[in-house]
Design a protein around this ligand. Structure first.
Ligand SMILES: Cc1cc2nc3c(=O)[nH]c(=O)nc-3n(C[C@H](O)[C@H](O)[C@H](O)COP(=O)(O)OP(=O)(O)OC[C@H]3O[C@@H](n4cnc5c(N)ncnc54)[C@H](O)[C@@H]3O)c2cc1C
Length: 457
């Protein structure tokens, strides 16, 4: 197969090329969307106001149908949330870049609505023992990652659904770094927990674009024309012959269709029960699981490594206790250590200071004690402990690569799934979640008999 989507967060070009910041924004206007009827019955009940739920509600409203958008927390955006209090400037606790700006539907919307988008540097830096790597190290690293990706891709393309780690060739001195890039950094899991089929289907991601005011605030802006029922926790769904009933802490909401836009982890944990869910869908919920990935964000004044703003740094790893560094967010003193997989889970499970302690250990090891000593305030996200996320993003367990498709089907004529986990090639991303929400809404509207002419694109 020649057109297999090729996956990598880095590329030789990305490492070696220079960067240019292209302004992507232009002015546009937001539309006010949808009225929710006072009656308890709507056309579509949407559970979860993350990217997928927001996209779904906007599409249902734009088609002139009624919706109820239920959100367990006090805010929209889910795993896209911008904080401004910790560091006194916008800091994205979850999603922070929009991959593939040229094809990313959210970039298009951002462009139309006047979001302050700007390109990420397209060159990442590589460090070995505290120094920037030599040209030959860059070549060796990139070639190890490429060889690994090709091997996993070949297994996936051949329909062999194996633990991705099992099909890797010997990647030599760069094996630990390549395993980190392909595993925890991309899939939020170690490669022995990753399906070769799921990996091989994932779309390539580039360095992407940032939003000056934060990706989370942008997402909140997209929710602002909608009526969201906050602090409304859906506990269970009853799929009746004519209506779906959603039981919440604030009473029952009925709809002709229901879109479940919460992570599968929530269903798997029994927090949202869907009795009589057919086996195929139950299996998808159980085996398309969320991995762990967190930011350990920190003030690092004085720019000790002389890094450019928003630059990503990879280091030569000796083992799995490794990380990536995102430097000088938006030109500030704030940096992020990116941790994923087992290490991220261990740190999230640990003492409150576990993230800060690892930060010190990692910076000292890679860049020296004096650089590590300059660290100021630290904030460690713990997405696996967030009660309405319970993880970072999804990746199919080995053997479950083909199950993801189940999340794109209509269940019992009444229920649809949406969310990053419900996109076969863009899983793990914000735009994948958004696109899945639009897809689910379109399917729901079709079930309701809305013709193609009335479906907003
Ligand atoms: C640290 C981190 C960094 C990331 N970085 C990037 C990045 O840079 N770029 C990128 O594209 N992606 C990134 N991602 C992934 C991206 O954030 C997710 O793919 C995306 O936000 C998922 O959106 P969603 O709508 O599927 O789910 P969510 O955003 O999780 O939305 C689900 C919503 O449902 C609500 N909910 C849950 N249970 C219930 C219930 N029972 N009743 C009512 N409501 C409920 C939740 O509160 C939440 O608001 C990152 C993720 C993490 C954790």
């Amino acid at each position: 197969m020649t057109d297999r989507p090729h996956r990598s967060l880095i590329s030789r070009r990305a490492f070696l090329a220079g960067a240019s910041a292209l302004p992507l924004a232009s002015l546009g206007a937001a539309r006010a969307l949808g009225q929710v009827p006072a009656s308890g019955q709507v056309d579509v009940v949407i559970i979860g106001a993350g990217a997928a739920g927001i996209a779904a509600a906007r599409r249902v409203a734009a088609a002139g149908r009624t919706y109820a958008l239920l959100e367990a927390t006090k805010r929209p955006g889910g795993r896209a949330v911008t904080d401004t209090s910790i560091f006194g400037r916008p800091f994205d606790l979850g999603a922070f870049r929009l991959y593939n700006p040229l094809s990313n539907s959210l970039v298009e919307i951002g462009d139309e609505t006047g979001a302050e988008l700007y390109s990420a540097p397209d060159a990442a830096r590589l460090y070995v023992n505290g120094r920037e790597a030599r040209e030959s190290d860059y070549e060796d690293f990139v070639s190890s990652v490429r060889r690994g990706e090709r091997a996993i891709g070949a297994a996936g393309d051949a329909g062999r659904d194996l633990p991705a780690a099992r099909v890797l060739p010997d990647l030599g001195p760069w094996a630990a770094s390549a395993a980190f890039i392909m595993g925890p950094y991309t899939c939020a899991k170690e490669l022995d927990q990753v399906s070769s089929i799921d990996f091989s289907r994932a779309e390539e991601r580039d360095a992407g674009a940032f939003i000056r005011t934060g990706v989370g605030s942008f997402m909140a802006g997209l929710a602002s024309p909608l009526t969201v029922r906050f602090e409304t926790v859906a506990n269970s769904i009853d799929l009746g012959p004519r209506m779906a009933q959603v039981f919440t802490n604030k009473g029952t909401v009925s709809g002709r269709m229901v879109i479940v836009a919460v992570p599968p982890s929530i269903i798997n944990a029994g927090k949202l029960r869907i009795p009589y869910l057919p086996t195929r869908y139950r299996a998808a919920v159980e085996r398309i699981t969320l991995g762990a990935y967190d930011h350990i964000a920190f003030e690092w004044p004085g720019n000790p490594l002389r890094l450019r703003e928003d630059e990503t740094v990879q280091v030569k790893a000796q083992d799995a206790r490794t990380f990536a560094l995102v430097a000088r967010l938006g030109g500030s003193n704030i940096h992020m250590l990116e941790v994923g997989g087992k290490l991220a889970q261990q740190l999230a499970d640990g003492q409150p200071q576990a993230g800060a302690a690892f930060l010190k250990e990692a910076l000292t090891r890679e860049f020296g004690a004096s650089a590590a000593a300059k660290v100021g305030k630290v904030h460690h996200t713990r997405w696996s402990k967030e009660p309405f996320a319970l993880g970072a993003w999804s990746c199919a367990l080995p053997g479950a690569g083909n199950l993801r498709r189940a999340f794109t089907e209509v269940v019992n004529g009444r229920l649809l799934f949406a969310g990053e986990h419900a996109h076969e090639t863009q899983w793990g991303t914000l735009h994948g979640a958004w696109n899945s929400g639009e897809r689910a809404a379109t399917q729901a509207l079709r079930q309701l008999g809305v013709g193609s002419a009335n479906l907003a694109q």
